[in-house]
Structure formats: structure tokens, C-alpha cells
Design a protein around this ligand. Structure first.
Ligand code: FPP
Length: 233
């Protein structure tokens, strides 16, 4: 009964299906990403409304560089446009924007936008939106190990290892949602998903509505999280 009406603190989303959404309409994939940004906005509003504290969105993986340059450029342009346009909305709604992932091969233009987005929203205390950009879960673990080696740390356990991850202060996701019918983790949060509830839906990301989000929450609430223990009847 404990989980009934329980709102997850942290929801992570793999926003998949933008390309297929566009293709089904005979449009270029880029229109799917454009519509995907509308779905991002909807998800942020919904998360805020129901009191979720952390919303992580997988926007661009390290593997996504293998897409055609035109599509990669379009995704980054949409992101920069979103940051620049939405800072007032995010501030009004007390939302903090954070970016996670390797920053080394991002263009100066993108870097400036994300630094500005983080800086301008840093006071946001009701919802943190973590945008995963140029991110891969394995790369994050490798980066953590590199840091540990560099610092000459000799002894490490699970709790201290966490401090070397990109965002040690953000709790692990309670719920992972992946849209578009694919049922894989695809190198998203690899360390952090150990005990996360997984929810897969066939809905394509641009179509992901408040109702779909609510459905995912209901499924989460109906599950019993045991963390390896046996719970009393
Ligand atoms: C997955 O669909 C989507 C992406 C790789 C890009 C997602 C990026 C955005 C929605 C824009 C980011 C903007 C903000 C504000 C976070 P896909 O292209 O893999 O779809 P497919 O599997 O149908 O081809």
C-alpha cells in the first residue's frame, strides 16, 4: 500500500521516436525533433504540476554524433533556441536547468547557451530539469574512474564512487520512461538505474501527452519496490 499515490522524486526519460513520428507524416526527421521540443515543454509543465523534483531528459547521446551532420546541427539548434526562449518561463516556474555529459566536443555556441541556461536558472528550487547532452552512461563511469585514478584515491566503495559521477547530489531515478516501443537502456544512466522501475510505452515522443505521463505514474504507483528485501505482507 505504501506506494499508492507516491510521486517519484526523480523521473528519467528516453525521448525516442521523433524520427518515426516525422516519417509517418512524410516529413523530414527534423520536424519530429521540433515537435519533440513541444513534448519536452509539456513534460516539464506536468512534472512541475505533480511535484516531481528531478526530471532527466536524454537529449543527445555520444552515439548520436554518428547521425547526418544536418540532423545533429538541427538538434543542437533546437536546444539552443529552447534555452534562449524559455529562460523566463523556467525562472517564473522556479525550475532549475542543469546539463550533464561531456562538454569537450560541444561547439562554443552550444556551450555558451548551456552555461547561460544553468546560470540564469540556478535559483530554481521546485523542479530540476537535467538535460543529458553528449552523454553516455559508460562514459560517465569511465570519467569517474579517471578522476579517481588522477586523484590517487586508493580505497573506494559504492557510496564514495557516487561522488565521482557527474551529478552526485541528484538521487537515482525512481522511474525510467522510454517512448516509442523500444525496450532498452541504450547507455543512459548505467550506474544510477540499478533499482529504477522501468516503463516502456509504444507512444512516440512527440505524441507523449499528460495523460500518457499520468499513466506511467499510475503504473509506478502500482509497483512494489523491494530493493532486494522481503517486504512484510
Ligand atoms: C530520439 O528520437 C530523439 C533524439 C535523439 C533527440 C531528442 C532531442 C530533442 C527532443 C530536442 C532537445 C531539446 C530539448 C529542449 C531537451 P529518434 O530521432 O531516435 O527517433 P527514431 O528512433 O524514430 O528515429
Amino acid at each position: 500500500m505504501e506506494n499508492l499515490y507516491k510521486i517519484p522524486r526523480h523521473i528519467a526519460i528516453i525521448m525516442d521516436g521523433n524520427g518515426r513520428w516525422a516519417k509517418r507524416r512524410g516529413l523530414d526527421r527534423i520536424y519530429g525533433h521540433r515537435e519533440g521540443v513541444e513534448a519536452v515543454e509539456r513534460a516539464i509543465r506536468f512534472a512541475k504540476k505533480v511535484g516531481i523534483e528531478y526530471l532527466s531528459l536524454f537529449a543527445f547521446s555520444t552515439e548520436n554524433w554518428q547521425r547526418p551532420t544536418q540532423e545533429v546541427d538541427a538538434i543542437f539548434s533546437l536546444l539552443v533556441e529552447y534555452i534562449n526562449l524559455k529562460i523566463p518561463f523556467l525562472k517564473e516556474n522556479n525550475v532549475r536547468l542543469l546539463f550533464s555529459g561531456r562538454r569537450d566536443n560541444l561547439s562554443e555556441h552550444v556551450l555558451q547557451a548551456i552555461v547561460r541556461g544553468e546560470e540564469e536558472t540556478k535559483e530554481g528550487s521546485s523542479l530540476t530539469v537535467l538535460i543529458m547532452l553528449n552523454y553516455s552512461g559508460r562514459a560517465e563511469i569511465v570519467d569517474a574512474v579517471r578522476k579517481i585514478v588522477r586523484e590517487g584515491v586508493k580505497d573506494i566503495d559504492e557510496e564514495s564512487f557516487r561522488n565521482y559521477l557527474y551529478n552526485p547530489d541528484i538521487p537515482d531515478p525512481d522511474l525510467l520512461i522510454r517512448t516509442s516501443g523500444e525496450e532498452r537502456i541504450s547507455n543512459f544512466f548505467v550506474w544510477q538505474l540499478a533499482y529504477t522501475e522501468l516503463y516502456f510505452t509504444p507512444v512516440l515522443w512527440p505524441d507523449f501527452s499528460e495523460e500518457d505521463f499520468l499513466k506511467a505514474l499510475y503504473v509506478y504507483q502500482s509497483r512494489e519496490r523491494r530493493f532486494g528485501k522481503i517486504l512484510d505482507e
